[in-house]
Design a protein around this ligand. Structure first.
Ligand SMILES: [Zn+2]
Length: 169
């Protein structure tokens, strides 16, 4: 899939460069837009037809686009419903490391990582994790909290990380 983003302002206003930070909203809004409030048969001025697209009217069909995206498209660009209990949570297109770094650059002073219930998904003993935790604690000076499922506490892999980085549980 290719998405072409551009500013309506001649020469651009610089909004397109920040699109990656809002990709979940852009894609869900796009899908909602294709559903068309006027419920047209293929294309209309409520959805896809405007002065930029009028020359391509014979090639536009919102239903084909919706079918191509599939009904569950929004599930892939939204946070899974099972995480709704985490207040303020949202889908993130970046890696965890990138997302945390961006939030720290915006002034975050604490980081809470919720580890999954599946022990096999944890890679806490790899060097990259140790280096990142070190950077969070020693360089960025943030408070780090790891939330571990209670039933996994006795068999968790956190001992070496806890001892080496002095992470609170
Ligand atoms: Zn329409």
């Amino acid at each position: 899939m290719v998405i072409q983003l551009f500013d309506d302002v001649s020469g651009g206003a610089g909004f397109a460069t920040s699109a990656a930070s809002h990709i979940d909203k852009l894609l869900t809004d796009m899908y909602d837009f294709l559903e068309c409030d006027s419920c047209c048969e293929s294309v209309c001025s409520t959805c896809l037809l405007d002065s930029n697209t009028r020359h391509d009217i014979n090639h536009l069909d919102r239903h084909l686009a919706l079918n191509w995206l599939s009904r569950d498209f929004k599930c892939f660009v939204s946070l899974a419903a099972k995480y709704n209990y985490l207040q303020g949570s949202k889908y993130c297109h970046e890696s965890i490391k990138e997302a945390i770094s961006h939030q720290i650059n915006r002034g975050a002073k604490s980081v809470t990582l919720w580890l999954s219930d599946n022990l096999h998904e944890w890679d806490l003993n790899v060097r990259e994790v140790h280096m990142f935790v070190y950077q969070l604690l020693q360089v960025n000076k943030v408070n780090l909290c790891l939330v571990v499922p209670l039933k996994r506490l006795s068999t968790c892999k956190l001992d070496s990380l806890k001892n080496r980085q002095r992470v609170d549980l």
